[in-house]
Design a protein around this ligand. Structure first.
Ligand code: ATP
Ligand code: MG
Ligand code: MG
Ligand code: MG
Length: 469
């Protein structure tokens, strides 16, 4: 079996041998884009190169980039534990051409790596192209010999990438692997495409147009290439697994969590072990890159991730803090590729232990309240937003933790009610301060508090200009 570490190496070696500079992963906190919560694609560190603000000595690069998609435009947090293919933290393998080669070379490289170097049978692969991109369709026919039914035309924004309202943009071509008819789900573009039979492994972006204020205003003088392939997804394919969570790295982490909790990852416990393994990775890598848990912005997203994992540890019956005891296994699996993990190990363990110790004190009280409040609810019912707010306010339950706790029973949460309760509390706090004789300064304070509060809650819905790949 080819290990995930070997697959990463093999990808970088392949593109290195094709004249690409092998560039180490940038940190998860983007240094070149304050609007972006976390690095969420391989192209993020190269944004200024694609827009022409920076140039590089070598016009080709390849990397395995640490990505987190648990906030901002791409938020896969709720999927984790429930789909075969989503993580909050994952590695994106990429090759980039900065005005150098274009579509033909990008498609040739991708096809050669997948089918020749790695030996994936061609008949297991299919691709999508943007509906107007005849060049890409013709190249797939010519280079890969794919028949027309394996080249699916997609007309939605999913297959058109833009850096923001201004700057480079262009059509995408996504490569899918068919895991077989025994798994439910239809091909991309079909009504049941959300199933997990056809899994997107690689996205090729052909940057060829220039946008201004959301409109295409011309062609780029030197088109560029940006690609992204999920390491965990290609590892699943090459290891003969359907599910990312059955690859070597995740098996090792889940085995560690099984042995510490004494609970096997089967049946209803599967999702809990998966959430723990996934969130262990995102929490640890975020901590290693300098994010600390807090009540706003990036730190708040980290805290939500940690608390969600800690609730699942509690669900598995862990009597004591668990997460920090798993860090060693993570360092064993990934510390060689990412030395920052080993360097930060003592810090990661200390923060995880402190957070879990603190959170456990209120967790069981909060869960008791939640059980009582949701006792009569079943499939299709909604928990009142008030209750979700009380859990947040008194017990430190982030909104999505409450949602996650009820999910298995098919109960949802009244989001509007939650938001209303939050707004009401803010208004009450503001009113309480009125007339204190410091109107002017307290107004300023409340404006700041409101803004900060807004950061906390729009952190995972609003940001702009993010990379798709
Ligand atoms: P999907 O449609 O499956 O959510 P995507 O189109 O959002 O994927 P891209 O933005 O194109 O993903 O990212 C490039 C590649 O990164 C994808 O083809 C996939 O292999 C991988 N990837 C994206 N999101 C995740 C995730 N949450 N966990 C693991 N791998 C991911
Ligand atoms: Mg996605
Ligand atoms: Mg997609
Ligand atoms: Mg994609």
């Amino acid at each position: 079996m080819t290990s995930t570490n070997e697959i990463r190496r093999s990808f970088l070696e392949y593109f290195g041998s094709q004249g690409h500079e092998v560039v180490p992963s940038a940190p998860l906190v983007p240094y070149n884009d304050p609007t972006l919560m976390f690095t969420n694609a391989g192209m993020v560190p190269f944004k200024n190169v694609f827009t022409g603000l920076e140039t590089r000595a070598i016009p080709r690069a390849t990397s395995s980039q640490k990505c987190v998609r648990a906030g901002g435009k791409h938020n896969d947090l709720d999927n984790v534990g429930y789909t075969a293919r989503h993580h909050t933290f994952f590695e994106m393998l990429g090759n980039f051409s900065f005005g150098d080669y274009f579509k033909e070379q990008a498609i040739t490289n991708a096809w050669t790596l997948l089918t020749k170097v790695w030996g994936i049978p061609a008949e297991k692969l299919l691709v999508t192209v943007y509906h107007t991109d005849e060049d890409a369709a013709a190249l797939w026919r010519k280079i890969a010999g794919l028949s027309d039914d394996k080249i699916i035309r997609i007309a939605t924004k999913d297959n058109f990438w833009a850096m923001g309202d201004d700057g480079p943009c262009g059509p995408c071509s996504e490569i899918f692997y068919d895991h077989g008819a025994h798994i439910p789900g239809g091909p991309p573009g079909s009504p049941d495409e959300d199933g997990d039979r056809f899994i997107e492994i690689w996205n090729l972006v052909f940057m060829q147009f220039e946008q201004a204020a959301g409109e295409i205003v011309g062609e780029l003088p030197k088109p560029s290439i940006d690609t992204g392939m999920g390491l965990e997804r290609i590892a699943a394919v090459l290891q003969g697994e359907h599910d990312n969570y059955d690859t070597d790295t995740f098996r090792a982490l889940i085995a560690a969590s099984e042995s510490l909790t004494g609970v096997k990852a089967t049946g209803e416990h599967t999702a809990s072990h998966r959430v723990i393994a996934d969130h262990l990775r995102s929490s640890s890598f975020l901590l290693a890159d300098g994010v600390l848990p807090s009540n706003e912005g990036r730190g708040y997203v980290l805290r939500r991730i940690m608390r969600r994992a800690m609730r699942h540890a509690h669900l598995l019956g862990a009597k004591d803090p668990l997460m920090h005891r798993l860090v060693g296994s993570l360092v064993t699996e990934m510390g060689q590729a990412y030395p920052e993990l080993g360097r930060a190990q003592p810090l990661i363990e200390e923060v995880l232990q402190r957070e879990e110790t603190r959170f456990r004190q209120t967790l069981s009280n909060g869960l008791r309240l939640l059980d009582e409040a949701s006792a009569g609810l079943g499939e299709g019912d909604k928990l009142p937003g008030e209750t979700a707010f009380r859990l947040y306010d008194t017990y430190g339950f982030p909104y999505d933790l409450t949602e996650d706790a009820l999910r298995a029973r098919g109960v949802s949460v009244d989001r509007e009610g939650f938001d209303a309760a939050m707004a009401q509390q803010k208004a009450a706090a503001r009113a309480a301060w009125k007339g204190s004789g410091e109107a002017a300064s307290s107004e300023v304070w409340f404006d700041i508090a409101e803004r900060e509060g807004a950061t906390e809650f729009t952190g995972y819905t609003a940001t702009s200009g993010e990379g798709v790949v």
